[in-house]
Design a protein around this ligand. Structure first.
Ligand SMILES: C[S@@+](CC[C@H](N)C(=O)[O-])C[C@H]1O[C@@H](n2cnc3c(N)ncnc32)[C@H](O)[C@@H]1O
Length: 445
């Protein structure tokens, strides 16, 4: 990649915007990656190469440009189609046949021009486009979509495929959202949610805030939680190194609140992954009680153990569990005939994370949904056998799709009369500026 772009203008000392060529080269590199690659991981590796080669960080405007291009790659194709054939299109039919790769068929200048217009960026795309027909078209479309919320073009404008509208309407219906809330949910799919932080319980907030401010880490406390807004990240602070502070999405923290871990309890986190929720639960329980954290993958549990050690969280035990048979209960849990609480944070479509990971939306495949919901049902049923009587089973996903949430819980309850639904809620937009997640608490009689 050429090194022509991000730099200081010698005369003003101000940051110059990265050139368009560099952005395009980065984007081309991303497009050559295998289909299952994750953009955030790939960009992290690219940023590390960049720093190594150039001795300075990858400019934020470049990585943001790539994220923007992912969010609006279908819109760029749609705008180019309008440019060639006019506004009147059978959008549903077009969307049914559209593939993410088709963004490469749009000429390079046109693609970046559309993305630039939609995001208000300035990448110095050649000037003839600015004053030409495309600019007029963009202005017209931008006025037209405002008049027609929920129309196919309005959905595309917000990075949402028209074919997803039926499922989004179902979400609105089940959650009792009005039209405004549905529109807010959809329009927020084109923006990134806040970065949320979790503080270790009992932390002296004033002292911590003073330390973070001194390190130019801008943390804000709202009614909902702790938000990072601009400034530096937390990773180079002592507070992070010592486990006083960690990044955790607000919705994920709310799932932990729904579990409501109490000191002395025995809790099983069945799909613990790298332990986002296990760590939060263990911290809330103090040093009394235990969290048994299991996952299909040992490497995720290794990361969990590393994080637990850093946070001095000694009350977490880890095992591999593949979800094929009930867990063999550890002796102290067998003595009380099951766990007090079992959390099934199930593998899912991750549709609730599209705002943070815009590339994930193009990997979403409605056809594999049936496979996923069968797995969710199986894990929930197996896990339910390890809850003691009077205990609780908590089901969670990072998906807003009713098929993966209310429908899974409904089918489970219909077949398991010893359980009753205590509460269930969708988390995130439109209520809070965080990922969309779901949590249901089921009480065992
Ligand atoms: C939504 S993620 C869990 C996120 C984690 N609880 C957290 O808070 O960071 C779902 C997890 O389920 C695990 N998983 C997938 N299939 C599984 C199976 N058959 N049995 C057990 N775990 C499984 C995945 O490895 C993944 O870590």
């Amino acid at each position: 990649m050429s090194d022509s772009s991000p730099s200081e203008t010698p005369e003003s000392g101000q940051r110059r915007l990265p050139t368009y060529d560099t952005l395009q080269q980065l984007w081309s590199g991303w497009l050559t990656q295998p289909k299952h690659s994750l953009l955030d991981r790939w960009l992290k590796a690219e940023a590390a190469h960049w720093r190594k080669r150039r001795g300075r960080p990858l400019p934020l405007s470049l990585s943001q440009g790539i994220f923007h291009a992912e969010r609006f790659r279908q819109l760029a194709c749609a705008l180019e189609l309008i440019q060639r054939q006019g506004m009147e299109q059978d959008w549903d039919n077009w969307d049914a046949h559209w593939l993410p790769d088709m963004a490469s068929d749009v000429s390079r200048n046109a693609f970046w021009f559309w993305i630039q217009c939609r995001t208000g960026s300035n990448w110095a795309v050649p000037d003839d486009f600015h004053t030409g027909a495309r600019q007029t078209l963009f202005d017209n479309v931008s006025k037209a979509v405002k008049q027609e919320p929920l129309s196919p073009l309005w959905l595309l404008w917000h990075g949402v495929r028209p074919q997803w509208l039926a499922q989004m309407r179902k979400r609105a219906e089940v959650s009792g959202w009005n039209d405004e809330q549905l529109q807010a949910f959809i329009s927020r799919q084109s923006s990134q949610p806040s970065v949320w932080l979790r503080l270790r319980p009992g932390t002296d907030e004033d002292a911590l805030f003073a330390e973070l401010r001194a390190a130019d880490v801008r943390v804000f406390r709202s009614e909902q939680g702790f938000e990072l807004r601009g400034g530096k990240g937390i990773h180079n602070t002592d507070a992070y190194r010592n486990g006083l502070i960690d990044m955790q999405d607000l919705s994920s923290q709310q799932i932990v609140q729904a579990v409501n871990p109490q000191s002395g309890e025995k809790i099983w986190d069945t799909c613990a992954g790298a332990g986002g929720k296990s760590l939060a639960m263990a911290a809330q329980m103090g040093r009394k009680g235990v969290v048994v954290a299991t996952d299909l993958h040992q490497y995720k549990l290794d990361e969990l153990k590393r994080r637990a050690k850093k946070a001095e969280q000694l009350n977490i035990r880890t095992f591999v569990w593949d979800g094929e048979a009930p867990l063999r209960l550890p002796a102290e849990v067998a003595r009380q005939q099951g766990f007090d609480k079992v959390l099934v944070d199930a593998p899912c479509s991750a549709s609730g994370t599209w705002r943070r990971n815009p590339d994930a939306r193009w990997r979403f495949d409605g056809a594999s949904l049936a496979e996923l919901t069968a797995l969710q049902q199986k894990l929930l049923t197996l896990a339910s056998q390890s809850v003691r009587s009077g205990g609780q089973l908590i089901y969670a996903t990072c998906s807003w799709l009713t098929e993966e949430n209310e429908d899974v819980v409904g089918a489970f309850l219909a077949a398991n009369y010893q359980y009753q639904l205590q509460s269930s809620q969708i988390l995130g937009v439109p209520a809070t500026d965080s990922d969309s997640m779901f949590v249901a608490v089921l009480q065992r009689s």
